[in-house]
Write a protein that binds this ligand. Structure first.
Ligand SMILES: [Zn+2]
Length: 282
């Protein structure tokens, strides 16, 4: 059985790195989307485009290590986290920050085109209050990232403030403006609004809590599941643990909330459509 976690971080400095991946595997997980954290997390200052690029290369190295040293198939997602842009804009000014982040996003696009990453992310806008200037610039950068993904025909993973129906519709508007295939726009940390997401075309990646997944499957199986595991020993329990997606999937299959077809769709067909990767059992 293929079990895919759509948003997972690893941190060789603050976390347990390969051990987290092995825990995922022992619980029944097979495929992992490993998302870039921040330049700062990887030991770079995050003050220039080159820092982000070096951090992305470092991230690709971590994913290669997972693929070499564990039975899990891992895919990289690279970009500039919206919080990194906010920080840089506050340190060095808006125009400078925008410029550096744009250069870095172009580098991320290159990594997707080389086949080293499957999506640009997580990009988007901050989940906390910022000035109107920074907010608008964040939206501009999010759209720029989407346009780069469109050009490379890869996906994007979006990080945003907490989402509701209205915000999905706002996002749908940006997607149409950019002209990217809507199913290649993944809303990470999505609430279980499967129907609304389907209407606007965006692909929801839903946090695998029991409540969320129960609400999601009642509306259909057009979604992916994620933990947003952050691999930080200082913040245990801040998000779901590495075993959650396989455990939840198996439990839902056992108690009849998922059919075999649901599992096949959520973990195999949906990722295959969004990321255009071959999803196969070893
Ligand atoms: Zn994340």
């Amino acid at each position: 059985m293929i079990i895919w976690d759509d948003h997972f971080h690893v941190d060789p400095y603050k976390g347990i790195f390969l051990e987290a991946v092995r825990q995922f595997h022992r619980a029944g997980g097979t495929h992992l989307v490993v998302v870039y954290k921040t330049a700062h997390d990887y030991g770079f200052s995050g003050l220039r485009a080159e820092d982000f690029m070096n951090a992305m290369d470092f991230h690709i190295g971590l994913v290669e290590k997972i693929n070499k040293e564990t039975p899990v198939k891992a895919y990289a997602v690279v970009g500039v986290h919206p919080a990194e842009f906010v920080y840089l804009a506050e340190q060095k000014g808006l125009e400078y920050a925008k410029n550096e982040v744009m250069k870095a996003l172009e580098y991320a696009q290159g990594l997707c085109m080389e086949g080293k990453a499957i999506a640009i992310g997580e990009i988007g806008r901050p989940h906390y209050e910022v000035s109107e200037e920074i907010w608008n610039a964040s939206i501009e950068l999010m759209k720029y990232g989407m346009s780069l993904a469109k050009e490379a025909d890869c996906a994007v993973q979006l990080h945003t403030e907490s989402f509701d129906e209205e915000k999905f519709r706002e996002l749908g508007k940006y997607v149409r403006e950019v002209g990217i295939k809507p199913y290649k726009v993944v809303k990470h940390f999505s609430p279980p609004l499967v129907k609304v997401a389907e209407e606007v075309g965006v692909f929801p990646s839903i946090i695998a809590s029991k409540k969320n997944i129960k609400e999601a499957i009642e509306q259909g199986n057009r979604f992916m599941m994620e933990t947003d595991y952050i691999d930080d020993k200082r913040r245990p329990g801040a998000v779901l643990g590495p075993k959650t997606v396989p455990k939840r999937t198996k439990a839902f299959l056992q108690n009849g909330l998922f059919t075999e077809e649901d599992v096949y769709k959520i973990h195999m067909e949906n990722p295959r459509k969004v990321y255009e990767v071959e999803v196969e059992e070893d």
